[in-house]
Design a binder for this molecule. Structure first.
Ligand code: GLN
Length: 548
């Protein structure tokens, strides 16, 4: 079975298209189907790797080292099909390969055009994902941008052609729109009508509408929308505002029978729906009591999306410990300027908090470049000496190493060569083969690597497995020349690559929970199963807080 669902959006951006597409994916998986998710991004960047986290949010890394759009993170949290770089299609990639073929003379002198050459390239990339695995039942293709944007036209045109070629029984269009509220609770359907008209101008008649609205749409409004848009009554759904969590969206759609309508349209016989993991996730959500406050000490604090997967993973971990996780976003430059870390992290640090309420745990996430580094080192030192649980991810682990070298070994100038090339104590440094790399796109240690956990470590305790596979995205490494002095002075080296050539994890001795890992466990965390290290970090935070 090879069915295709194209998810587009209209009226405005940020309607939650990614969550809607992923939730539909979750429901179809619940029906026992093998689902693959694809994101089409109209931007001209070849991948998200070179985009600023300030502007575009995090880069989501796949097992095969793809640096992809953060929407793939949504797919990973809601669905379980494999995601590789092929699941992220950008205008930049498409043009790059068409132009390469043109230079190689592969178009035999023909004039190379948007239609059919660009659209053919898009189509073949979409089809390649479904063909990569013989078991694929349904491919959900999310088209980035808003209908009417110049940039998304080739993608919509490719979708139109595929729907036409495969026939409506095998391919359908799901369109997401906004129903705004005007005045006193008056819901307006006109923008939706216009949005569907724009789709029709592109030659696509949406089969299913998902309307983003403050409240569930009543029957009369749905009927009106259906009448004006040529969409069946039963195929108009509402994605209304929820005050619980976005992870309830699959269940909200399920209650409206979205999956039944989609399966019927695609001619798939109805199967039993197993949504148990989602229901029990919501039970854990409802059972939460109390709050733990996690200070995230990083660089890209103004945009929530910059550390999207980290924040989501903390939320997932809170579900496992039945506790709400409050995020306190701390720009590390603030700590640099502060006289004393305590004024930022300790008592009275949080507005409105009582005197003894500082942060209960600290997480230093990944990052690049020098700004704010010393603030992060201060935060690590503070957590280490105050016995506050600390979780260092990638840069956050390197920060632990720098703190240890400076404050325990007394090497004041200890640093990563990313920040200081001339230090006498380059405790974090480049591997030989990276020294001359000048090209910034895709030149790091990227994608999945096996790490071996030392027995009797927090690392092993979390995974209960010796060898774990997690994803990397960094250029610098723990410097092996300092291994003996670091370990000799008590820093625990608790994870290594399989050949032992690289350090993958460090831990503080005599500390409730101080763990740094060179990889990014946040990319594999799910609401239905939190990443093990996040789970244990929050469990430790909760425990320490209870015994305060
Ligand atoms: N800047 C550091 C490096 O390149 C850490 C990268 C990261 O945290 N993702 O090694």
């Amino acid at each position: 079975m090879n069915k295709y669902i194209f998810v587009s959006g209209g009226v405005c951006s940020s309607l939650g298209k990614g969550v809607a597409a992923s939730s539909l994916g979750a429901l179809l998986e619940g029906r026992g189907l093998n689902v693959r998710m694809i994101k089409c991004d109209p931007y001209i960047n070849v991948d998200a790797g070179t985009m600023s986290p300030y502007q575009h949010g995090e880069v989501y890394v796949t097992d095969d080292g793809g640096e992809t759009d953060l929407d793939l993170g949504n797919y990973a949290r809601f669905t379980s099909g494999p995601l590789t770089r092929a699941n992220s299609i950008t205008t930049g990639q498409v043009y790059e390969s068409v132009i390469r073929k043109e230079r190689e003379g592969r178009y035999l002198g023909r004039c190379v055009q948007v239609i059919p050459h660009i659209t053919d390239e898009i189509k073949s990339r979409i089809l390649a994902v479904s063909k990569a695995d013989a078991d694929t039942d349904v491919v959900i293709v999310e088209i980035g941008g808003t209908v009417g944007d110049i940039e998304s036209i080739p993608f919509l045109e490719a979708a139109r052609q595929l729907i036409h070629e495969m026939g409506r029984a095998n391919a359908l269009s799901v369109h997401l729109t906004l129903i705004p509220e005007v005045g006193e609770g008056e819901l307006k359907t006109k923008p939706t009508q216009h949005s569907v008209k724009s789709m029709q101008e592109q030659g696509i008649q949406p089969d299913v509408l998902i309307c983003r609205a403050p409240v569930p749409l009543d029957e009369a409004t749905r009927r009106k929308i259906a009448l004006f848009t040529n969409v069946a009554n039963e195929a108009v759904f509402t994605s209304y505002n929820v005050d619980t969590t976005i992870y309830e969206v699959p269940l909200i759609f399920f209650n409206q029978k979205l999956d039944q309508v989609v399966l019927k349209r695609l001619g798939v016989e109805s199967r039993h729906a197993n949504l148990k993991p989602w229901y029990s996730m919501m039970e854990r959500f409802q059972a939460r009591s109390g709050t733990v406050r996690i200070g995230i000490v990083g660089k890209y604090m103004d945009l929530h999306d910059s550390y999207k997967s980290v924040f989501e993973a903390l939320f997932h971990a809170g579900l496992e410990s039945r506790v709400a996780v409050e995020l306190v976003k701390i720009d590390s430059s603030r700590l640099e300027d502060a006289e004393d870390a305590d004024t930022v992290l300790g008592a009275n640090a949080v507005e409105g908090a009582s005197k003894e309420d500082g942060v209960d745990g600290i997480l230093v996430p990944g990052g690049f470049g020098q700004r704010g580094i010393n603030g992060m080192v201060k935060a690590a030192a503070w957590a280490r000496t105050h016995k506050i649980p600390y979780f260092g991810i990638c840069l956050g682990m390197q920060i632990m190493v720098i703190d240890w070298a400076r404050n325990i070994l007394g090497w004041e100038d200890a640093d990563s060569t990313e920040f200081n090339q001339d230090t006498k104590h380059p405790v974090v440094s480049l591997l030989e083969d990276q020294v001359d790399v000048k090209n910034y796109g895709g030149t790091m240690r990227l994608g999945k690597w096996d790490s071996v956990a030392e027995p009797d470590s927090r690392f092993f305790e979390a995974y209960k497995e010796k060898t774990v596979s997690e994803r990397h995205r960094h250029r610098y490494e723990f410097a092996n020349t300092f291994r003996d002095e670091m370990a000799g002075s008590g820093l625990r080296l608790t994870g290594f690559t399989a050949d032992k050539s690289l350090v993958e994890a460090v831990e503080w001795p005599d500390h409730p929970w101080g763990v740094g890992v060179q990889f990014h466990p946040e990319f594999k965390s799910k609401p239905t199963a939190a990443a093990p290290l996040f789970r244990d970090f929050i469990a430790a935070v909760k425990k320490v807080k209870e015994h305060k």
